[in-house]
Design a protein around this ligand. Structure first.
Ligand SMILES: [Zn+2]
Ligand SMILES: [Zn+2]
Length: 330
């Protein structure tokens, strides 16, 4: 399925609160047309939370969005990234170099390093997981052939000046923001909370439109981590959420509940699929997502199902049966 947009979106910036700017940056992904970076006023310049991905014109798009808010790239005082996915930190090295500022990021970003240093190995690992999970040879072959190896979305490996761990604070003109580790979506994920104004920069942990994604293969139980991270964020009592994609939203508690409910529904339908007999992860996908499976979302949905299976395994509700194709039983 090709994207219908004939022309790429442009970077756009808008003020959402005094001293807080949303920079909406284009992405080349079907179904995810843009991501947000957030500029928060600080010391005559701004702290930039997230960066957009690295592409040939991405710096231009960021400068365009900043310009609409009367901000200049050179005035970035710090780049802080919610997690190590390309749409959130891909462009960080370019910005840090231009502005002469530091990059802060959580230390669990091995996948980023692997993607930059050896993208072929990462891709081969993904293919192997897909094969073991029961994806048939023919679509796998096509997927391998259609890949463009140079496009990782990362400008370079990131060596953070400071590790964004729980309790680290970032000063801005609005007051300090505190980092909270919120793994699940990615092991490197953090949310940033400004307690006086109860603002939450949520990255991809909480989005306005509930949409789950788990980085499978980099931690033992991403779903369990995600559920725990929802509890962590719930305790903060945020009033307004500034997410990594889409508009700000105020009903933060309802979104947390919605995520929790959806995870439990998915877990139940994965467990339900296994009731009829052992299945490969790939064979579970249609039981959970119906006919939504396509070549574009296959990797996404497979990662999700594998993550649910691992969580069910941790709960003692599912067990893998080793073999050429790994199958799962209740
Ligand atoms: Zn992400
Ligand atoms: Zn994202």
């Amino acid at each position: 399925m090709a994207t219908v947009t004939s022309k790429r979106e442009l970077g756009r910036g808008e003020r959402v609160l005094r001293g807080v700017y949303r920079l909406r940056l284009p992405l080349p992904w079907p179904g995810v047309p843009h991501c947000n970076a957030w500029a928060v006023a600080h010391d005559g310049g701004f702290v930039l939370f997230d960066t957009g991905m690295h592409e040939p014109d991405s710096r231009e798009q960021l400068e365009r969005a900043l310009g609409m808010c009367n901000l200049r790239l050179a005035d970035a005082r710090l780049v802080a990234c919610t997690h190590a996915h390309s749409d959130h930190c891909g462009q960080a090295p370019i910005i840090a170099e231009r502005a002469g500022c530091e990059i802060w990021l959580h230390p669990s970003h091995e996948l980023l390093r692997d993607m930059v240093e050896d993208p072929d190995a990462v891709f081969a690992r993904r293919l192997e997981v897909a094969r073991q999970s029961g994806v048939p040879a023919e679509p796998l072959q096509r997927y391998a052939e259609e890949r463009k190896p140079s496009e990782t979305g990362f400008a370079a490996v990131i060596e953070p000046s400071r590790e964004l761990l729980t309790g680290v604070t970032i000063d801005t003109d609005l007051g300090p923001w505190t980092a909270y580790e919120t793994p699940g979506h990615a092991p490197s994920h953090v949310c940033l909370f400004q307690p006086e104004r109860r603002l939450l920069i949520s990255g991809d942990h909480l989005l306005g439109r509930i949409s789950l994604y788990f980085e499978y293969g980099t931690s033992p139980d991403p779903v369990g981590e995600f559920l725990h991270s929802l509890d962590v964020v719930q305790r903060l009592g945020a009033r307004l959420c500034l997410p990594g994609h889409g508009r700000t939203f105020a009903d933060v508690h309802a979104h947390i509940e919605g995520n929790r409910k959806l995870v439990h529904e998915r877990l139940d339908s994965v467990a339900g699929a296994l009731a009829s007999g052992p299945l490969s992860a790939f064979a579970v996908v249609p039981h959970v997502y119906g006919d939504r499976l396509s070549e574009q979302n296959a990797q996404w949905l497979l990662s999700e199902v594998l993550s649910y299976l691992r969580h069910l395994q941790a709960l003692g509700r599912a067990h893998p049966i080793a073999g050429e194709t790994e199958r799962w039983t209740a």
